[in-house]
Design a protein around this ligand. Structure first.
Ligand code: DAH
Length: 337
């Protein structure tokens, strides 16, 4: 009797197990065979009624049945779990893709690159110099008198008594003239530091591009021609410009170059402080004292130099009203360029 039931349950299980497709059906299978009142447990209950002689034999068959069915149940369970995971891994081709943000060059880098390209086209090479400078290169060799206000602790980040974070790119002029013999025609871009109150117009770090041309017979007319050509390429052809006399310790004579305000086209607005003009750079003829400091014969050679602030230049060109935005690295700003 029990023997027959064992084989019935075995074949019944064989039929049932092949129909199982998901976890729910698997659970139904478990309840049908292995729960407290399941078919396998029922058989164990019936074992009580078997005769003493039959008991060990039937008990053994029952155990074998139970172990066999449990093993097959477990392996099906594992199989179903794996295929469920695979199902979850499937790619849904109808899902919208993850958008990847493509990086771009910072607006300041773009501006610097553009300036470099223009000056390379005019015959200039590009040279760099260190941001940590000697007091001598930053001031002394550039003909700043010992008590000049620019050396003041309020403007300059001094590292030691003799070393500082350069306040302009002009000290690279000194390095270049100490190292190379004329003719020299270079631009010198780089970072500068000033201990200034931070506002929409000034920041403690900024970029400058310095220019220097030294040769026999370099004239102020050449300086003007070069800078006008630069400004027209950079700001646009129809631009109006003017040179105003100015003062820098390392140039004589010195000038500042203005262009018409492109926001108001010269009518006068907040940006140009109602003058119609925007100052874009300082320039002049290299002071003979500077030539003396680097052992270049000022009887034989003349030269011009110029320097411009890049953040300021980019502000003007792209109509941006706060210099601090260049250093915040806010994606919403950077992505626009
Ligand atoms: N170094 C000056 C500054 O930071 C800018 C400058 C003016 C540079 C005149 C020059 C120059 O080379 O000739 O304000």
């Amino acid at each position: 009797m029990l023997e027959e039931k064992i084989s019935e349950i075995n074949s019944g299980f064989n039929q049932d197990i092949v129909t199982i497709k998901d976890q729910k059906q698997l659970e139904e299978l478990r309840i049908k065979y292995f729960s407290r009142n399941g078919l396998v447990s029922q058989l164990f209950n019936e074992l009580k009624n078997a005769s003493k002689e039959e008991k060990p034999v039937l008990g053994k068959s029952l155990n074998t049945l139970r172990n066999d069915l449990t093993a097959r149940f477990d392996s099906l369970k594992v199989k179903l779990e794996i295929s469920k995971e695979k199902e979850e891994d499937k790619i849904d081709l109808s899902l919208p893709g993850t958008r990847r943000i493509i990086g771009s060059r910072h607006l300041i880098t773009q501006t610097l690159d553009e300036i470099k390209t223009i000056f390379k086209g005019l015959g200039f090479s590009v040279v760099g110099g260190p941001e940590l400078e000697s007091d001598y290169n930053n001031f002394g060799a550039l003909n700043f008198p010992p008590n000049h206000p620019a050396r003041d602790m309020q403007d300059t980040f001094f590292i030691t008594e003799d070393f500082l974070l350069r306040t302009h790119t002009s000290p690279v002029q000194i390095r270049v003239m100490e190292k190379y013999k004329p003719p020299i025609r270079v631009i010198m871009p780089g970072l500068c530091y000033r201990n200034e109150a931070i506002s929409s117009r000034s920041y403690c770090v900024f970029h400058q591009v310095e220019g220097l041309y030294v040769d026999t017979d370099v004239t102020f007319a050449e300086l003007k021609g070069t800078l006008v050509s630069f400004a027209q390429q950079f700001y646009g052809e129809g631009l109006k410009y003017r040179f105003r006399p100015s003062f820098f310790p390392f140039t004589e004579p010195s000038a500042e170059m203005d262009i018409t305000c492109f926001l108001c086209h010269g009518k006068g607005c907040r940006v140009c402080k109602h003058s119609g003009w925007l100052e874009i750079l300082g320039c002049g003829m290299v002071d003979p004292n500077v030539f003396d400091n680097v052992n270049i014969d000022h009887e034989k050679y003349t030269g011009y130099a110029f320097g411009m602030g890049i953040e300021r230049t980019a502000l003007l060109k792209y109509g941006i009203d706060d210099i601090r935005i260049f250093f915040e690295n806010d994606f919403r700003f950077l992505r626009q360029f």
